[in-house]
Design a protein. Sequence first.
Length: 400
Amino acid sequence: RKSLLVTGIGELTVNDPQAVDNSADRAGRRESRPEPASNTAFAVEDGKIAWIGLAIDAPAADEVLDVAGRAVIPGFVDSHAHLVFAGDRAAEFAARMTGTPYSAGGIRTTVAATRAADDVQLRANVRRLVHEMAAQGTTTVECKTGYGLTIEDELRALKIAKEECDAATFLGAHVIPAEYADRRADYVDLVRGPMLDACAEYADYVDVFCERGAYDEAETRLILDAAKARRIPVRLHANQLGHGPGVRLAVEYGAASADHCTYLDDKDIEALAGSETVATLLPGVEFSTRSPYPDARSLLDAGARVAIATDCNPGSCYTSSMPFCLALAVREMRMSPGEALMAATLGGAHALGRTDIGHLALGARADFAVLDAPSYLHLAYRPGVPLIHSVWKNGRKSVS
Ligand code: NIG
Ligand code: FE
C-alpha cells in the first residue's frame, strides 16, 4: 500500500492519549492542545500514523499532500446516532417550536414508518447520513437500532448498522411499542429474551432509554442484566428529560457511556467522575427541543470523561454535523474550544472503547480532517460555515 506524507500543516492537533493521561491537571488533560505546526509533518503507512516530526526530517513517501497552511485535526468520532429509520418528523419539530414539548411518544411515529420501509430504503437512509457526517469531518459513526421493536425489524436494523457503521448498538428498549402498551412486562421479556438472542451476534452494545415515558429502573436492570449475561457491553440513554436513576445505573453496570446527562445532581456527577463511564453530551438535542443544556462545566471540573456526539435521529435532533455540536458545546455549555474538540474526538473514541482513533499519535489510525481554516478554533468561531476541506479515513481520502 502507498505511503502518504502530509506537509504544509498550519496547525496540528494530535491529542496524544499518553500525554493526555499523564497530565497532572485533571480537568486540563481533557483539552486538546494543538501545536502551531508550520514545521511539522506526518507520514501514513498501512492506514496508520507511521511517523511525526519536523518536515525537513520527513521520510520519502509515494504521495505528498501539501495542505498549504490548513489545520489538521483527528476525524470526529460520533459515538451516538440513530440512523436506521424511515420518514421524518418535520411537522413535530415545527409544533415544538411553537410550544408543544418533546415527548418520547414521537418515537412511535418513526417506528411505524420504519416497519413499513424495505431493507433497501433503510440502508440507503443510513448511507445518506453517514455520507453527510463524513462530509462534516466524521470518520467513525456509532449507530443504534430502536425503530423496529419486533425481533425481525430490530435484527434487520442491527445488521444494516453493523454493515454501514463502525459500531452497532441494539436499542430494542427504545420505547414500549404501541401493541404492547397494556403489557409492558411482556415486551421487556421479549427484548431481554428472544430479541436479544436473535441480535446478540451483531450487537457491539446494548442500550436502554431509561427515562420516564420509556423504561423505568426495574425494567432497565432486567435488560442490562440480560446483556451482561451474554457479555455484551452496555451504554444508556440517561437523564435526558428529567432527573432519574439512569446515570447511577450506567455507572453501576460499568456502562461505556451515559448519554444525554442533561439533568444531573451532585451524586450523578460524582459517580461519573469516579468511573470510566463517559458522559456523552448531545447539545444538538437541547437545541432542537429547546431545552436547557447539560452542565458540561461541572462534569469537566469534577474530572469526568466527556464526549460530544450528534444523536442524529428524526425526532429529538436531526443534525449530522459534529462541527455544529461542537460550536453549541462551546457557546452554550461553557466548554473551551479545546475541551470541545477533545470531547468530539478522543472522548468519542473512549466512549466506543477504541484506542486507535480520536488522536493522531504514532500508531493511530490515519483518520483525520483537513480544515479550510488556519486553526481548529474556527470550528466554533465560525459556526455554520462548511470548513471541512478534505477527510481521510484509514489513510485514504474519503471526502474532498
Ligand atoms: O436520543 N432519547 C431517546 N431517543 C432519541 C430520540 C428518538 C426520537 O425522538 O425519535 C434520543 O434523543
Ligand atoms: Fe439517542
